[in-house]
Design a binder for this molecule. Structure first.
Ligand code: CU
Length: 268
């Protein structure tokens, strides 16, 4: 019986490792979705962590099976151990050093992403994304490159979802789009995130970008997409009963198409 358990543990550990390294089974894929930004550090950090924890997982299960096998049938060799301080400290230190090193490395990547964001508004396309239960509303500043005033009392779910003040000349040319974020390819984008109600999270798996949106705060995030196509935007914060349907489309188009798209869309 003990031998069967040992073999089962080895078998399961090896199967799990093989499945993870394959990254897919037939058409079911659990690899990352296609990367559409030049920033690939998150992927390499993820695979580094996965490889280290994978090796630890495989080794510990092989050793576990080995001991079950070795001490099967009440083997008289079994001795009671009262613990070994030196061994325990070595284990704890070893694991601690590996995990702290991984944490420091990922912290550096996070800092790099955070501080690499485009900050100079003159050469960066600024778009505002407002989250509300349960949709995303995107606003472009229009020709003047300035976001106009919004007033809470003017908010109307259907006709004026952001409460644009039409008396403000900066608001007149602002373009508001529901559930579709259109951006030009290979252009730095600064996204200003706001929320109308509760906490949401702006998540684009293909960009490896996830930023919480906090009501009462305006937070900026930056990115650049390098591949034309359509991608999914999701809300990654459980924000209510309709959370599952709070998704939008990210459409990356050529710069020329983008300029035409902006022109073709009359300001509201
Ligand atoms: Cu949400």
């Amino acid at each position: 019986m003990a031998a069967a358990i040992a073999i089962l543990i080895w078998f399961l550990a090896i199967v799990v490792v093989l499945l993870f390294s394959a990254g897919h089974l037939g058409s079911v894929n659990w690899n990352f979705p296609e990367l559409i930004t030049n920033f690939s550090d998150i992927d390499s950090q993820f695979y580094l962590t996965l490889t280290i924890t994978g090796i630890a997982f495989l080794l510990s299960h092989l050793i576990l099976g080995y001991f079950i096998f070795k001490y099967k049938d009440n083997n008289p060799l079994v001795k009671y151990s009262k613990g070994n301080n030196r061994l325990e400290v070595t284990y704890a230190l070893g694991v601690g050093i590996v995990f702290i090193a991984l944490a420091v490395m990922s912290q550096r990547i996070w800092t790099k992403i955070y501080f690499a964001q485009p900050t100079n508004p003159t050469n960066v396309l600024q778009i505002e994304a407002t989250a509300e239960q349960f949709r995303w509303i995107f606003r472009y500043s229009g020709k003047d490159n300035k976001f106009g005033e919004t007033l809470l009392e003017l908010v109307n779910k259907d006709h004026n979802p952001l409460g644009l003040n039409q008396k403000d000349t900066n608001s007149n040319d602002d373009i508001v789009k529901l559930s579709e974020l259109v951006i030009p390819v290979d252009e730095p984008i600064k996204l200003i995130l706001r929320s109308h109600d509760v906490m949401h999270s702006f998540f684009v798996p293909n960009l490896r970008l996830k930023q919480d949106v906090i009501p009462g705060m305006s937070m900026a995030t930056g990115f650049e997409a390098n591949k034309i196509g359509e991608y999914e935007i999701a809300c990654a914060e459980l924000c209510g009963q309709g959370h599952y349907r709070m998704r939008a489309k990210l459409r990356v188009i050529s710069k020329e198409d983008f300029n035409n798209w902006l022109k073709s869309d009359p300001p509201k």
